[in-house]
Write a protein that binds this ligand. Structure first.
Ligand SMILES: Nc1ncnc2c1ncn2[C@@H]1O[C@H](COP(=O)(O)OP(=O)(O)OP(=O)(O)O)[C@@H](O)[C@H]1O
Ligand SMILES: [Mg+2]
Length: 874
């Protein structure tokens, strides 16, 4: 028997030369083989490939880029053009040149039916490039570890999971989805950069790529220029996704063959017998420069018996004017498929349901008398793997499409159903992983309830792997539920469930802040009387508005949410979801309400830090931090104890809660002069950042970065610089919609403050003025007072003609803005600012009075920052 690994060397031989028969050790019969040139899912052409016509410029370009890549300056080349124009052919030609130079080629391809299967393509490319495609899981894991020897143990487990070779006995590390992706990307980047051997990576048919793979690859492609790698990506023009916009990529757009080139191809296929000359012209013009169309037209004519003789030397017995030629490529493929005998046709149909590539086992589980031989004979399919488990592939993606679409719907549904069952039975342990695939087939089979359950299962599986992937599955489940007949008793609850999850987690996906689907969820929940789902979904909406700094919307939604939770009266649910409304209130500076909500959470949680850990790990810890913050804002005693307790508890909770505590507590208290940016703050923010980097999700990481950044910019020396670097990163991420917009004013105010410190008063004033206007015109924000302060201090310092007037107006505008009774957060600043203004006006008496009142207030409140600033006033 031929061992798997020997066999893969045999079957994965690449593109050069004709196969020759050789004896392989361990095999009884001679095997067809060629020199090993490439690995991966390369589809070698075994026969019938005509010689390349034209494409000289394209191939020269690709080769020149290949040379540079081999020399160390990696490059991404995209090849775009319609179906059949020659993209894959050009890739094969380039790969052959690379392979002839001894450069390894790793190929993978995307498939139309796998578009909603997360990680499909990256996992495949990963398996190909790590050389583990044909190893069993244990051997694959061992081999992987030799490839990336220095990798972190947890990262390797994540990588195993991504590649589908995880050891089922080993639990996956508990790492949030975004962090998982980040760590995987870092690992893959490092592995790519560490490669000294040049390599060519091919991604075929990117128009069918799944979303998660697309974004992971887009990240990966940014390091390619620094590696000796060439990445070739093919896609049809309808694809407009991220891989079309890779910076620094070269695009080769394939045009139709010229008339002369098409004729050359036609002549090669038909031969040059005088009787075929007219026909060659007809074929070439009908095919309109599409080489695949040319090939298929000739096959069609030969099959129909219009042509006599053999390929390359045909004769046309009849008159060319009597010859009917299909009008489109699809029609010519359809005609060829139609001529198959019923068994072959059934086999082809089943194969098309499986995908571009299929194995004999799956095929026989779907059709009793599968006949692949006839399909190979008809040059519709080719064998691509010659091991015990033979594998076949459609010769071209379009053949599969036409084969798929030309079946009766009912036959096709039946096949999908059988295939779903076969996939599930074949590997029950991988059912979660295959859930999206199985769900897709059941959906195509019209088994809506079953499809729904599998899509939801796929969503659950992805929640801890990749939240965007979970969303894809939930959206599929939603579509399926919507297709259920009106009288289905489960229809309503099935329509609600995926919508609830989509809405509740919309904010974690990031992006443009697109519709969370809340209105529809509300309608459904109201009709069904499902208040819990409504409350969970609404928490997502409130969070989304808060994070996007839609302040008016948040202030409108938060009370509604609170009211809903109270009416449901489930303490755990309330503890879990109230924090969302509470942060929304915090952001708009309604601290009395923050205090009330924090107290409510504290009471309901009843000293249990883990109760209600649905969205954040410890609502209680967070509520104590918020109570402390609200208390100092309102000048209520007890705030120091709260902050102290929250800090202590935060050291033991999940990174998201911990980062949230750092954010709300330190940023606010330090920036507002309540706490000093002392050693404790430095240590806490550093530890939190480290924890978030290790295992938090991106969101926790950005919160931690901001808290760290603000603490650092309140220091002196190199710390300050590092802080501004962090804040610059946060700013960029917020603007690119990778992090919440609520970070923006915090960063901008600190930048303005720094400009003033460095003497750029004009710059400081311009920036601070924008922030103040934004804040106050949006109806107020926790940062309005801080922004006003920075603006006023800079104006007073510049003291130009209109400056003092403007400073006074800005102070009065802040003083007049609606606020909670006793908001000392603002009162103490108003005192300070008025004192500064009095001094600028030269009004010594007023100044002394205001300064002393400011000092007294700072002392009586115990605000250490203000105490220090007040002492420093002359
Ligand atoms: N320049 C050429 N000279 C000769 N034959 C060609 C040429 N370009 C393509 N062909 C042949 O035409 C057929 C279709 O080409 P290919 O598979 O590369 O199309 P494609 O652009 O990849 O289409 P799809 O988008 O459907 O994948 C193949 O059999 C290929 O060998
Ligand atoms: Mg192709």
């Amino acid at each position: 028997m031929l061992s798997e690994s020997t066999a893969h060397l045999v079957e994965n031989t690449a593109v050069l030369g004709e196969p020759e028969m050789v004896h392989i050790k361990g095999a009884d019969d001679p095997m067809p083989t060629r020199r090993l040139l490439a690995v991966g899912e390369h589809r070698p052409r075994l026969r019938g490939e005509s010689s390349l016509v034209g494409r000289t410029w394209e191939l020269n370009t690709a080769t020149a880029i290949l040379e540079e890549a081999v020399g160390g300056a990696g490059c991404v080349v995209t090849m775009v053009g319609p179906a059949g124009i020659g993209k894959s052919r050009l890739v094969r030609e380039t790969a052959a040149i690379a392979a002839a130079r001894g450069v390894a080629v790793f190929t993978t391809y995307c498939e139309s039916h796998a578009r909603d299967i997360p990680f499909h393509v990256v996992a495949r490319l990963g398996r190909a490039s790590m050389g583990i495609e044909y190893l069993d899981a244990g051997a694959a894991r061992a081999h992987l570890r030799t490839q990336v020897p220095d990798a972190d143990a947890d990262d390797l487990l994540l990588f195993d999971d991504l590649l589908g070779i995880a050891d089922p006995a080993v639990a996956l590390p508990d790492i949030a989805p975004a962090a998982r992706r980040r760590r995987l990307t870092a690992l893959i980047d490092a592995a790519t950069l560490a490669r000294t051997e040049p390599g060519v990576y091919v991604i075929e048919d990117a128009h069918w790529i799944d979303e998660v793979s697309e974004s992971m690859l887009a990240d990966f492609l940014t390091v390619v220029p620094q590696a000796p790698s060439l990445v070739l990506i093919t896609y049809r023009p309808e694809y407009l996704g991220a891989l079309t916009r890779v910076s620094g990529a070269q695009t080769i757009a394939l045009r139709p063959l010229s008339g002369a080139q098409a004729s050359a191809l036609t002549t090669e296929l038909l031969g040059s017998a005088p009787s075929t000359i007219g026909l060659a012209e007809l074929v070439a013009s009908r095919a309109a420069g599409n080489p695949f169309f040319v090939e298929e037209l000739v096959r069609d004519l030969a099959e129909r018996g219009v042509l006599h003789g053999r390929p390359g030397a045909y004769l046309l017995p009849g008159d060319v004017t009597d010859v009917e030629v299909p009008a489109t490529l699809q029609a010519s493929l359809g005609a060829r498929i139609d001529r198959l005998d019923p068994t072959a046709k059934r086999t082809l149909g089943a194969a098309a349901v499986i995908g571009s590539r299929f194995d004999a086992d799956l095929l026989t589980s779907m059709v009793d008398d599968a006949d692949v031989g006839a399909l190979i004979e008809a040059e519709l399919v080719e064998q691509v793997r010659f091991t015990a488990r033979a594998e076949y592939a459609f010769r071209h993606p379009l053949i599969r499409t036409v084969a798929y679409e030309s079946q009766l719907k009912s036959d096709r549904a039946q096949l999908h159903r059988r295939l779903a069952a076969a996939i599930e039975q074949r590997d029950p342990a991988a059912a979660d992983e295959n859930a999206a695939l199985i769900g897709g087939h059941l959906e195509a089979a019209g088994d809506l309830h079953a499809a729904f359950a599998w899509h939801m299962r796929a969503g659950t599986w992805s929640t801890n792997r990749d939240i965007a992937a979970a969303h894809t599955s939930w959206r599929r489940a939603r579509e399926v539920a919507d297709r259920l007949p009106d009288d289905d008793p489960n229809r309503v609850s099935m329509r609600i469930a995926p919508r609830t999850l989509l809405c509740a987690t919309a904010w974690r996906v990031g992006g443009s802040g697109a519709d969370t689907g809340f209105d529809e969820l509300r309608e459904l929940c109201t009709a069904a009387g499902d208040q819990r789902s409504l409350a969970i979904g609404m928490s997502g909406l409130v969070t989304e508005h808060f994070l996007r700094a839609h302040r008016r919307e948040s202030s409108r939604r938060a009370p509604e949410h609170v009211e809903l939770l109270e009416s449901i009266g489930d303490p755990t649910l309330t503890v879990a979801l109230l924090p969302m409304a509470m942060v929304a209130k915090y952001d708009i500076g309604e601290m009395a309400e923050v205090l009330r909500l924090a107290q409510r959470i504290i009471d309901l949680a009843d000293r249990d830090p883990t109760v209600g850990d649905l969205i954040i790990g410890s609502p209680l810890t967070f509520a104590i931090a918020m109570r402390g913050t609200a208390r100092w804002c309102l000048g209520i005693a007890g705030w120091k104890d709260d902050l102290h307790q929250a800090i202590t508890m935060a050291r033991r909770v999940d990174p998201l809660t911990r980062a949230g505590v750092m954010w709300c507590m330190y940023i606010t208290a330090i920036a507002y002069g309540v706490l000093l940016p002392d050693a404790t703050a430095l240590r806490d923010t550093a530890d939190t950042l480290a924890a978030a980097e290790q295992s938090g999700d991106n969101f926790a990481l950005d919160l931690a970065r901001t808290a760290r950044g603000v603490t650092l910019v309140h220091q002196h020396g190199p710390h300050r610089e590092a802080g501004f670097e962090l804040l610059a990163k946060i700013r960029e991420r917020a603007l690119n919609q990778r992090f919440a917009l609520i970070a923006l004013p915090i960063v901008d105010i600190h930048i303005a403050r720094e400009k003033a410190r460095l003497g750029d008063l004009d710059g400081a004033i311009a920036l601070a003025r924008t922030v103040v206007d934004d804040m106050l015109s949006a109806g107020g924000c926790i940062w309005s007072a801080l922004a006003t302060t920075v603006l006023v201090e800079a104006l007073v310092q510049r003291a130009g003609e209109a400056d003092l007037g403007e400073a006074e107006a800005v102070i009065e505008r802040l003083a007049a803005a609606p606020a909670d009774e006793g908001l000392v957060l603002r009162e103490i600043w108003l005192l300070r600012l008025r004192a500064l203004l009095a001094r600028a006006h030269g009004d010594a008496a007023a100044y002394t009075d205001l300064r002393d009142r400011y000092r007294d207030m700072a002392k009586s409140l115990g605000f250490d920052g203000h105490i220090a600033w007040a002492e420093a006033m002359p």
